[in-house]
Design a protein around this ligand. Structure first.
Ligand code: ADP
Length: 700
């Protein structure tokens, strides 16, 4: 059946291709349709004669119809060669000839002359040229009227002189009128479409131009503000201004980028870079990124996912931006004390990401329009800011992922934005996670509780003998609660009175230096992450302190961002470590800490010795040290807070950092290869994420 319909489609569109205009396609289909009907009539007439046993009659019918069938198949051949007018002309002449032969020879007196009535209207469909249409009308008229005058086939009352030609002409005029009306409408429609397209193009171009125009002064402002950095180091007021302006510049840049991307999306050459990637991981990342600002506003934030890993074809960068917009809105429109849930479910072959908030909700009118560009509902929150571009951007991105976005909302009760994406694969979590029945949802909820219970600002102990340096560090770390100490001895005293989340310490100090201080900390079982500030030349001391198991070190002079990123990372890893401990280690109470530490040291040594290899995997480690994958996972996680893969990456990055310190001119590519990364861009990305040092700050 399917084959039959395919053959029919091909037959009916014979002579058309992608370039054929809509109008021409209609004519071609009509022409081929007529030809098909003609063949079918001829065949059925011959067959019916045969079935009724009239072989002679069937031969006569065949003789009568065959020549016409041959001629129209020639016309079809010509149409397949795109000789449209010629084929239509042959077809119309064929119709006229058939009428002539039937009315004057084969069926005289059977009123077959009336078929002439059809020919001029049919010709009107095929030809736009008025001359051709009038010639056909005259030929039909002559064929219709003249023979009867010469041969007198009918009595006068049944073939009246004037009414018949008038009938033919009026049919022609009526069909011609509707045809012209149709042409006029089509032209007007085409003109309107062109105007709209032009307007749309102008709009996109305008967006693009204006956005580029805004970008230039923005870059300049950013440059000027960056110049304030040096002054800001020692003046907290200037620092405040610098941070404030930077913050606003970033906001505007984000809006501008969204506008530019939206404009780009309208051109056909915009393409997402779709790759199979984990949506579960993306949501975890979004959750972790947003969690602190939710906490700041005191909005409860939950991640609701199961312990499987769901994959879809996504452009991680763009999808993250799209989801970020919706999460930001959820936070923006939910009051303190409210709740936002980020959830991942799957139904058959579809992944559903929901962002549900208990915020102000959206009216029915608003629901219709909020995905329109620049649309904002008029309320107090919007009056204070926003651009109305976020959701339009998100929707476009989601649709480019072959996805859909749904909104369910009630004014005063909250909103539920659900994004549907095609599901490509489901993987069970890593072995350790599976065997331990690691319930991610539970962990995240637990993490949330943990965070809220310790929702106080983190406390950092800053240890440095230089007063100005301490002041500078405290100004950089002003989002934390800082206490200070002049040296190791004083720091130990402060630790007895305060519970501290993080320590930043200098290496060279009087009384008790950094090395001695950390050694004492370890001896006295303080499990606080430490970041050491070292001078560039102190290679040996760096190695010494690393051996003590400190979390990180930063070489002076350092960039503010670098310091902040590294403290954030350490705090984050510590959080994971605590979480893991509270989840398993403490409850199981079977782990031997010393034994673990030696295993960790052995693992680190093994990774360092094989650092240039691209493939150091979890399997390799578990085979080499003869421990199961789940044990390996548990031990690394409990000691470091990292998964085995994160642990491998961490050691590689630490090594890269050392290499960079000892040879600042090293090429990025070489650095990547030294620690077993073949793709420099990927390496520089994770290096930046870890240490806050940008790729272009290194010599490429
Ligand atoms: P913006 O937030 O910059 O104004 P968006 O396109 O992101 O622009 O959102 C458009 C409008 O939709 C917003 O002005 C807001 O009124 C409404 N809106 C979006 N998300 C929510 C939400 N979670 N709760 C209530 N209103 C919302």
């Amino acid at each position: 059946m399917k084959k039959f319909s395919e053959i029919y489609e091909r037959f009916i569109a014979l002579g058309a291709d992608e370039q054929t205009s809509k109008n021409e396609l209609k004519r071609i289909k009509l022409f081929n349709g007529f030809c098909l009907v003609w063949y079918l009539i001829a065949v059925s007439l011959v067959l019916s004669e045969l079935v009724s046993g009239n072989v002679v009659g069937s031969m006569v019918t065949l003789r009568n119809h065959l020549p016409f069938c041959v001629v129209i198949s020639i016309a079809q051949f010509l149409i397949s060669k795109k000789k449209y007018e010629l084929s239509y002309s042959i077809f119309i002449l064929c119709l006229l000839a058939t009428c002539f032969i039937f009315s004057n020879m084969l069926s005289v007196g059977e009123l077959t002359e009336y078929y002439y009535l059809l020919v001029p209207p049919i010709a009107l469909v095929f030809f736009d040229n008025n001359k051709i249409n009038y010639i056909i009308l005259i030929l039909a008229l002559l064929g219709f009227v003249v023979p009867n005058y010469i041969y007198n086939y009918y009595p006068e009352h049944s073939f009246d002189e004037l009414t018949n030609p008038l009938l033919l002409i009026s049919v022609f005029i009526i069909v011609n009128y509707f045809k012209n009306l149709n042409i006029k409408n089509e032209k007007a429609l085409k003109l309107k479409t062109e105007e709209l397209e032009e307007l749309d193009e102008f709009k996109s171009q305008f967006f693009t131009n204006i956005s580029h125009e805004i970008r230039t002064p923005l870059t300049l402002i950013k440059g000027e503000i960056d110049d304030l950095k040096e002054v800001a180091k020692f003046n907290s007021d200037v620092l405040k201004v610098q941070l404030g302006v930077n913050n606003q510049v970033e906001k505007i840049t984000k809006i501008i980028n969204d506008v530019l991307d939206l404009a780009k999306m309208e051109t056909s050459d915009f393409k997402l870079n779709l790759k199979k990637a984990s949506v579960t991981n993306l949501l975890k990342k979004i959750y972790v990124n947003f969690e602190p600002i939710f906490k700041q506003k005191n909005v409860h934030f939950f991640l609701n996912i199961d312990n499987k890993n769901y994959f879809s074809e996504i452009d991680t960068l763009f999808l993250e931006r799209a989801l970020n917009n919706i999460v930001v809105n959820a936070l923006k429109y939910t009051d303190s004390g409210g709740k936002v849930v980020l959830e991942l479910k799957h139904i058959e072959s579809k992944l559903l990401v929901s962002i549900v908030d208990s915020g102000i909700g959206i009216s029915d009118e608003g629901k219709q329009k909020i995905f329109d560009r620049f649309y904002q509902i008029d309320n107090d929150i919007n009056r204070a800011g926003g651009s109305g571009i976020g959701l339009a951007f998100s929707k476009e991105i989601i649709e480019l992922h072959n996805g859909k976005i749904y909104l369910d909302s009630k004014l005063g009760q909250g909103s539920d934005f659900t994004i549907e994406l095609p599901l490509k694969e489901v993987k069970k979590e890593g072995l350790a996670v599976e065997t331990q029945n690691f319930n991610t949802k539970k962990v995240y909820e637990k993490e949330f509780k943990l965070n809220t219970s310790t929702s106080k600002v983190k406390k950092i102990l800053v240890v440095d003998d230089n007063r100005e340096m301490r002041q500078y560090l405290i100004s950089i770390l002003k989002k934390y609660n800082c206490i200070e100490a002049e040296n190791g001895v004083e720091a130990l005293q402060k630790l007895q009175k305060n519970s501290v989340d993080f320590i930043v310490t200098d290496y060279m100090m009087p009384k008790l230096n950094g090395y001695g201080f950390i050694k004492t900390l370890r001896k006295e079982n303080y499990d606080i992450p430490v970041l050491m500030l070292t001078a560039k030349t102190d290679t040996k001391s760096k190695i010494d302190v690393l051996k003590l198991g400190i979390d990180d070190y930063v070489v002076k002079p350092f960039e503010k961002e670098e310091l902040l990123v590294r403290i954030e990372n350490s705090l984050h890893n510590q959080k994971k470590k605590n979480l893991y401990n509270s989840e398993y280690k403490l409850s199981e109470n079977v782990e031997n800490e010393e034994e673990n530490q030696t295993l960790i040291q052995k693992l680190a040594k093994y990774i360092q010795e094989n650092i240039h290899k691209t493939e150091i995997s979890q399997e390799q480690l578990s085979n080499y040290f003869n421990v199961s994958k789940s044990t390996l996972y548990r031990k690394i996680k409990s000691e470091t807070g990292l998964s085995p893969n994160e642990f491998i990456v961490e050691i590689k990055l630490q090594r890269a950092r050392e290499l960079l310190n000892s040879n600042p001119d090293i090429l990025m590519k070489q650095l990547a290869l030294e620690v077993g990364y073949q793709h420099t861009s990927y390496f520089s990305k994770i290096f930046y994420k870890r240490f806050g040092i940008k790729k272009d700050e290194l010599v490429e």
